[in-house]
Design a protein around this ligand. Structure first.
Ligand SMILES: *Cc1c(COP(=O)(O)O)cnc(C)c1O
Length: 411
């Protein structure tokens, strides 16, 4: 009889979004006339920018001719893409990278999960609570944890509560950890980390020979000056950090699929015997064996994000979403609801009125306002009593959702 990976059985109640989908479907089936507004799942809604579409088409055209046909590309991405990313996205921050330090992929969800391949199971892993569920669940799947307790904490993983009291920036763990996941601007809380806060993490990591996994999927949404866009803006980070970026939210690539992972050449970790090994080389080996690169037209489309035309179009769409975020933030605050985030990230993290539980608020919002959001508790026990709204809707939907919430919940 074939045996399964039983670590999967430890996972609690499916992935958050299928549960939301089921509740929305049940509601819509029994209320077919209700105009449901979805501000739940973190997916973009606006089409790709014209300059990106043009490059995408050109990439496809290239494939139709003998002279410009492309088969397998480099597993790490075409060098022209790596180079333009470095030049346009890192050098302006004062960060120098080599093309060999940038690995193009089909998205940062996969990368942030797959990266676990190159690390030993007995590393101690710290994640935020609430958190992007992928970090938690992939560690459970690979067998780094025991069972979940009744609160939802998996034995063996270290949780760093992000609460109203600590401004949603967690304290550095007291125990020694080997891998720390950080995500700024943060999903789900929409909060950012200051240069000083990130410096403290980098200092901790270097002192303790730990590695930071820095998820910068939302860096393009930062509007305030002085907030770091990359962990490598922090002194010493190249010795201790891997950075994940994505075209998904930045440029509307959630369905197109392209992301990147940066692993500096100098970044090392140890064998059990204490020998230093390059993580860049290990990841390179891993990708060459398990991955065959992102499709050529997609990489052409990704490169177009950095053209003058492409970037100004992309910035316009981001500004559109951030205006939605402002409308939600202002509208709900005016209704007396305490809100966080929404300034440097497309998410508003609201405190449920009257301390209602997250899922109860979900049901109330769906039934009374026909608005779908995401229960904070779905991102971790410390998310209980909070609720995430996303700014990725149309302007009309966002305005209508705010009106409905104000009507129902306004003082
Ligand atoms: C959306 C998102 C990503 C992007 O994932 P892709 O696989 O690149 O689409 C990564 N991290 C976080 C926290 C996200 O919310």
């Amino acid at each position: 009889m074939t045996l399964i990976n039983e670590h999967y059985l430890k996972l609690k109640a499916g992935y958050l979004f299928p549960e939301i989908g089921q509740r929305v479907k049940a509601f819509s089936d029994s209320n077919p006339e209700a105009m449901v507004i979805r501000l739940g799942i973190g997916d973009v809604t606006r089409p790709l920018a014209p300059a990106i579409i043009k490059a995408f088409h050109e990439g496809v055209e290239d494939l139709s001719r003998n002279a410009t046909f492309h088969g397998y590309g480099p597993e790490q991405g075409y060098e022209w893409l790596n180079k333009v990313i470095i030049e346009k996205s890192y050098q302006p921050l004062g960060v120098e990278l080599l093309p060999s330090e940038v690995f193009i992929s089909d998205g940062s969800k996969c990368d942030s999960a797959n990266i676990l391949d190159i690390f030993a199971l007995d590393n101690k892993v710290a994640i935020c609570d609430p958190v992007y569920p992928v970090y938690n669940d992939t560690n459970v799947m690979i067998g780094r944890s025991g069972e979940a307790d009744e609160k939802g904490y998996y034995q063996g993983l270290i949780y760093m509560p992000c609460t109203e009291e600590n401004g949603f920036t967690p304290a550095i763990p007291k125990e020694k950890v080997d891998i720390i996941y950080l995500c700024y601007p943060n999903n789900p809380t929409g909060m950012v980390a200051s240069r000083e806060q990130l410096q403290a993490w980098v200092d901790y990591a270097r002192t303790n020979q730990a590695i930071i996994f820095f998820d910068a999927a939302y860096e393009a949404f930062i509007t305030e000056p002085g907030i770091p866009h990359s962990i490598y803006e922090i002194e010493g980070a190249k010795d201790c950090a891997i950075e994940f970026r994505s075209f998904s939210k930045t440029a509307g690539f959630t369905g197109v699929r392209c992301g990147l992972t940066v692993i500096p050449e100098q970044l090392m970790a140890l064998t059990a015997d204490g020998e230093k090994v390059s993580l860049n080389k290990l990841w390179h080996r891993r990708q060459c064996t398990k991955f065959n690169g992102v499709s050529y037209p997609v990489q052409r489309a990704a490169a177009a994000v950095y053209s003058n035309e492409g970037w100004s179009q992309v910035k316009e769409t981001i500004a559109f979403y951030m205006e939605n975020a402002r409308l939600i933030l202002d509208g709900l605050s005016a209704a007396g609801i305490t809100c966080y985030g929404g300034v440097n990230a497309p998410y508003i993290w609201l405190k449920t009125p009257h301390d209602i539980k997250s899922w109860d608020f979900f049901d109330k919002l769906l039934n009374e306002c026909h608005v779908v959001g995401t229960p904070g508790s779905g991102f971790g026990p410390s998310g209980e009593g909070f609720f995430r709204l996303s700014a990725f809707g149309s302007r009309e939907n966002v305005q209508e959702a705010v009106r409905r919430i104000q009507r129902n919940w306004g003082k």
